[in-house]
Design a protein around this ligand. Structure first.
Ligand code: AMP
Length: 275
């Protein structure tokens, strides 16, 4: 396995890998959720590339860029064991050199839910993913269902900009109590960690209630009570999987989505409704 930090080195290595080439972009601090993406890519592709880059343009000034967990050595060992061929781990300076000024505008889909709470987030995500796709030039991009709105925004961007790349969405990996695995779970205090799966239970309650015919507004109102009082709930909703627009029934493909703050930590979760 090779670890490269410069764009020319990365291009030279990615260009000669067997095809199809699968690509897994990450921000590091890797857990079994990330590794599920690599395992899927390994099973489906001739070679697998991954990136480790804590992308500053998707963090707002008041967010956790500086304290985001970093463990490059541990991450590289995990990716090597999982069968990654090349890791691209650039510095912020390499990705955003002096004079950088071009961003991808993802439109309305980037302004709701996560985009309402984090107004410049999806512009940063779309920009870095575009840059990474241009550097790695994969055949298939592997994304986690865990970040449901991100999957919708990137799939839309790839369609809108005619990027010749397939997208595969990999189901969310969870802890045994249902909490979605996330690099940010390490921020949780023991009490917050114990309360955190309640977000997942609230989403399940919405799905169950709506599947048995309850209107969305009632299902969501009842589910709110399931979220731990330790949490500040930000949103619960049901959206179309492609447009990310709210919908009133569980018409597939859809997501039941939620976000809540446990102390200083924002957690996201969703359920995939595929009929
Ligand atoms: P991140 O490092 O948080 O940017 O995540 C990198 C990729 O891993 C994204 O496509 C995420 O959606 C995916 N991912 C993160 N957590 C999970 C999880 N628990 N299960 C599956 N995929 C995940």
């Amino acid at each position: 396995m090779h670890i490269v930090t410069s764009i020319p080195q990365a291009r030279a290595l990615f260009d000669v890998l067997p095809r199809p080439l699968g690509f897994v972009p990450t921000m590091g601090a890797l857990h079994d959720g990330h590794l599920a993406l690599v395992t899927r890519a390994r099973a489906e592709c001739g070679a697998v590339g991954a990136s480790i880059f804590v992308n500053p343009t998707q963090f707002a000034a008041n967010e956790d860029l500086d304290r985001y967990p970093r463990d490059l050595e541990g991450d590289c060992a995990k990716l090597a064991r999982a069968g990654v061929d090349v890791i691209f781990a650039p510095t912020p300076q390499t990705m955003y050199p002096e004079g950088f000024s071009t961003f991808v505008d993802v439109g309305a889909m980037g302004t709701t839910f996560e985009g309402a709470v984090r107004p410049t987030h999806f512009r940063g995500v779309a920009t870095v993913v575009t840059k990474l796709l241009n550097i790695v030039r994969p055949d298939t991009l592997y994304l986690g269902q865990k970040d449901a709105q991100q999957t919708a925004v990137i799939r839309r961007m790839i369609r809108d900009l005619d990027a010749p790349i397939g997208v595969t969405i990999v189901p969310t990996e969870r802890e045994s109590d249902g909490l979605a695995r996330s690099s940010r779970n390490v921020y949780l205090s023991p009490e917050e960690r114990a309360a955190a799966p309640s977000l997942h239970y609230a989403l399940q309650a919405i799905r169950l209630a709506m599947a048995s015919g309850r209107p969305k507004v009632d299902a969501i109102a009842a589910a709110r009570a399931r979220v731990s009082p330790l949490a500040q709930l930000e949103y619960l909703d049901v959206v179309d999987a492609d447009s990310f627009e709210p919908i009133e029934t569980l018409r597939p493909p859809a997501f039941v989505i939620g976000a809540a703050r446990f102390g200083g930590t924002r957690l996201l979760d969703n359920l995939w409704i595929d009929g």
